[in-house]
Design a protein around this ligand. Structure first.
Ligand SMILES: [Zn+2]
Length: 282
């Protein structure tokens, strides 16, 4: 611990996250160090605790999953996290929770959206995590402000391809402010409400010192296709097709994809059959 905590201020450490070519378990540590008469004190939060998309690629035989390593935080009283914030429900941001609980670790209270809780409860059931060891879950909303020791966390609506995605404005005791985006798009044509809270972001723009935006494909130029354009294109393609049945493959964890497909079918008065596997969330 002394290794890296010799001065006051906000300390940030990525414990997981995307590589340039691979989606992996997201996890970030924020520790705010304050100097009191009694010595240094720390307030730590963790943002996201995901699992790797393809843990087999790591080459560990008979492994069930690969997750970011937060053992040091859980086992060092000075660094014990006060909370884990879950930006959204995708496996690379969420699924590490069940693996830590299954391995016998006690986790601090969780903060996330209602949909994230619904997906987590499915995971608890699937992995047979007893109720007695499930951490407390606090549902958060756009605009909520949560104090964790000397850290102040403001919740920001943030549109993504699943419900209830959030960004976080993390403010340290000395005023240092970080915008942690989570997975996010600035497309306000999203079919999920609320879209990214750009109004609040504009208000905060001058006060944000750093931004953590660990997007996949961040090195590509340009702007992603807007959801409303995907919808229009899909309607056009279905209209053109002379087939009686049309198959639209979607990622099950990206609910906006099948919502757009469903709305296109509704517009053209087509029947819809959902088909998928039981391991919907893993
Ligand atoms: Zn995501």
């Amino acid at each position: 611990m002394d290794r890296y905590f010799s001065e006051c201020g906000l300390f940030w450490r990525p414990l997981g996250g995307n590589n340039i070519d691979q989606i992996s378990g997201h996890c970030y540590q924020y520790t705010d160090i304050k100097d009191l008469k009694s010595g240094l004190t720390a307030s730590t939060i963790v943002v996201d605790l995901g699992k790797f998309d393809n843990h087999q690629a790591l080459g560990v035989r008979n492994s069930a999953a690969a997750v970011p390593d937060i053992r040091e935080l859980l086992q060092t009283p000075f660094l014990n996290p006060e909370a884990i914030f879950l930006t959204h429900s995708h496996p690379d941001h969420l699924n590490g929770i069940v693996h830590y609980l299954k391995a016998g670790y006690t986790l601090p209270p969780l903060f996330g959206g209602k949909y994230t809780l619904m997906i987590l409860e499915e995971l608890y059931d699937e992995f047979k995590v007893p109720r007695s060891i499930r951490p407390q879950f606090n549902i958060i909303h756009d605009g909520d402000v949560i104090k964790c020791g000397s850290l102040k966390i403001e919740v920001l609506a943030s549109s993504h391809t699943c419900f209830d995605s959030f960004g976080l404005i993390i403010k340290a005791f000395d005023g240092t402010t970080v915008y942690h985006t989570g997975d996010m798009k600035t497309d306000n044509s999203t079919y999920f409400r609320k879209p990214t809270n750009l109004k609040r972001l504009r208000q905060l723009a001058g006060k944000v010192n750093f931004s953590v935006a660990d997007f996949c494909g961040i090195t590509s130029d340009g702007i992603a296709v807007r959801e409303v354009d995907t919808f229009k294109k899909l309607v056009e393609l279905i209209k053109k097709s002379r087939k009686r049945k049309i198959f639209i493959p979607v990622y099950p964890t990206h609910a906006e994809m099948y919502l757009v497909a469903f709305l296109a079918a509704l517009k053209l008065k087509k029947n819809v059959i959902f088909y998928g596997y039981h391991d919907f969330y893993t």
